[in-house]
Design a protein. Structure first.
Length: 377
């Protein structure tokens, strides 16, 4: 196939021998719009595309050279992005604008911003001591904002797409082993949060999803399932139930018997808490609650978890590592990445593979040893 020439659009030969071309016309309702043509030869397609490209370029609005990036970013976040963002995500975006993007690039015109300026800005942020993950996040927010600028005709292109953010080093996950998990649960017997740790290890739910569970989300008798419908988070100082971050996060989990047994015992214990609390009891419906029925704060749960690890003689780790442990337990038993993705509520199997690829490598070593046993006599 011949290489396409400058400003020709996309041209390629089809399987039937004819040629097809496409031109990007812009955006409508947030969606990319293309115009397609077909011809018997490449030259014919080029000739058909030329007037379309000319008409497009003549009708394209000239970017406003006076629009500065700072005011644009502020308006974009508050008027455009905010309705689709969770409160915690908005706060994070707001911090990135105030602390990084507006001070660093805010005086530059949106239309005149260059890839070199963005690359230099990211390099300076990396050299200042910010983590690669944080710099990547700054770059992602800028890229998203400039995508809107391009669609609105304020910029001829999204220059943030043309630069390279720092690469985040991959840290190997070191979750609890099955033996360590059993030690942890043994040490938790008799504790108020014993069922929380059992459920975390067996289902892989995120901490916020666990603390957001209400008894109406569980069916411990007939279907023996758990429905993830909310996540508990602190918003502007108050604990609130939020919608799941993605559609994949909203899911149904079939519960193992070990979880059902623990949750039934937990339910009995909570009924005793309710009797003891009397008029002080607040009926929020939360599965994992304080002694007066109010939701549990993630920070206090994490502190209790660290004390439990010490008591069990286990190394310190994050509560989130219980989620990683659940995934590695399944993979070690031969379950697929698709099984793990569905259990954890990952948005894509690529995320699952990137996170737990090292476990699959261990499985492949076992497979290789199995072949040695068969073929090596």
């Amino acid at each position: 196939m011949t290489r396409r020439g400058p400003n020709e659009g996309t041209i390629y030969e089809r399987q039937d021998g004819r040629w097809q071309g496409a031109v990007h016309m812009g955006y409508q309702d947030g969606k990319r719009v293309r115009k397609w043509v077909i011809g018997n030869t490449r030259a014919e397609v080029v000739a058909k595309l030329a007037p379309i490209i000319k008409a497009r370029d003549e009708s394209r609005p000239v970017p406003d050279q006076r629009q500065k990036l700072g005011p644009f970013l502020r308006n974009w976040l508050d008027e455009v992005a905010r309705p689709a963002l969770r409160s915690s995500t908005y706060d994070s975006y707001d911090d990135i604008l105030r602390l990084h993007l507006i001070p660093g690039l805010g005086r530059i015109s949106v239309a005149k911003l260059t890839p070199g300026e963005v690359q230099t800005f990211l390099n300076v942020k990396s050299a200042s001591g910010l983590s690669p993950r944080r710099v990547q996040y700054i770059h992602a927010v800028l890229r998203r904002a400039l995508g809107s600028a391009e669609r609105w005709g304020l910029a001829s292109r999204n220059v943030a797409k043309l630069v390279d953010p720092p690469r985040v080093p991959r840290h190997e996950i070191r979750p609890l082993t099955p033996e360590q998990a059993r030690l942890l649960l043994d040490a938790a017997v008799g504790e108020r949060l014993h069922a929380l740790y059992v459920t975390a290890l067996a289902t892989g739910l995120r901490q916020g999803e666990l603390l957001g569970l209400r008894w109406g989300d569980l069916d411990l008798d007939a279907r023996k399932t758990l429905h993830v419908r909310h996540s508990l988070a602190r918003v502007e100082g108050k604990l609130e139930l939020l919608e799941p971050k993605t559609d994949r996060s909203r899911r149904t989990v079939v519960l193992p018997e070990v979880v059902i047994t623990a949750l039934r015992a937990h339910r009995t214990r909570q009924r005793m808490d309710r009797l003891l609390a009397g008029s002080r009891w607040m009926d929020t419906g939360h599965v994992f609650a304080t002694t007066v029925g109010t939701p549990l704060d993630a920070a206090s749960v994490t502190r209790s978890f660290q004390r439990l690890l010490d008591r069990a003689g286990l190394p310190r780790c994050r509560f989130h590592d219980l989620r990683h442990a659940a995934a590695t337990f399944l993979l070690a038993q031969g379950f697929t990445l698709e099984d793990v993705k569905n259990l954890l509520g990952h948005s894509s199997i690529v995320l699952t593979s990137n996170t737990y690829g090292h476990v699959l490598e261990q499985r492949q070593q076992q497979v290789a040893r199995g072949m040695d046993a068969v073929l090596g006599g």
